[in-house]
Design a protein around this ligand. Structure first.
Ligand code: HEC
Length: 125
């Protein structure tokens, strides 16, 4: 028989791993909600941000939620200093904690995200 402490350590590490995995999933879900609340206005399928980015980057770069190339520092820079016709968002308008969650969401692989909420209302056709 294995010593008891080996089993305890095993169970503890599995539990710890589960907590981290669940914590991340929850944070990403929070980020998704915040993104839709704060950025959809301009970055949903028909928003002005999507429109401007389509002109600059083409269709594939236009919807932020479908991109795989956004880095945390670039998103932070765009939000805090503004970019082109996107206004800067202050810490009062968008607290750091919320921006961190949005960044976590937007830097996940796009395949793990939903399609933009406004495109077909979440329906699969
Ligand atoms: C008032 C409208 C508006 C809101 C709200 C807004 N954006 Fe933007 N955003 C824009 C526009 C317009 C552009 C395109 C700027 C340009 O190229 O001229 C843009 C561009 C960006 C870019 C640069 C993409 C690139 O490839 O260069 C990032 C990143 C970005 N927005 C992130 C965000 C995030 C995250 C939020 C929510 C916290 C947000 N934006 C909210 C209007 C907005």
């Amino acid at each position: 028989m294995r010593p008891l402490w080996v089993s305890i350590a095993g169970v503890a590490s599995i539990l710890a791993w589960l907590c981290i995995a669940l914590g991340d999933t929850q944070k990403i879900e929070e980020g998704r909600k915040r993104y839709h609340a704060r950025c959809d206005l301009c970055h949903a399928e028909r928003g002005s941000g999507t429109f401007m980015l389509k002109r600059r980057l083409g269709k594939n770069g236009s919807v932020l939620e479908q991109r795989n190339d956004l880095t945390a520092s670039y998103i932070r820079l765009a939000c805090r200093t503004g970019i082109g016709s996107m206004p800067s968002l202050t810490r009062v308008e968008l607290p750091d904690g919320e921006l961190d969650l949005i960044i976590l969401y937007l830097t996940r692989p796009a395949s793990e995200r939903d399609q933009p909420s406004s495109s077909n209302g979440g329906r699969h056709e």
